[in-house]
Design a protein. Structure first.
Length: 70
């Protein structure tokens, strides 16, 4: 799943605790995203895009580069 792969790449240098604290998304939920067990709601997708400074198109696999936010 492309979302899972790209999220794991973005989280490579971060801890779940760090991302959870900064985004307000529960650590357990982030773990589920990273394992591909579920996908984020649109609201949470936007939060992750803003935090990682990537576009939703990148996280969803609609384009290859991650510049800009959506």
């Amino acid at each position: 799943m492309i979302f899972t792969q790209r999220l794991n790449i973005l989280m490579r240098d971060k801890t779940q605790t760090e991302v959870a604290k900064a985004t307000g998304i529960a650590q357990q939920t982030l773990s589920r995203y990273q394992q591909g067990r579920c996908l984020p709601s649109v609201d949470r997708l936007v939060i992750l895009c803003k935090y990682f400074r990537v576009s939703s198109d990148y996280l969803l696999g609609l384009k290859d580069q991650h510049g800009g936010t959506t």
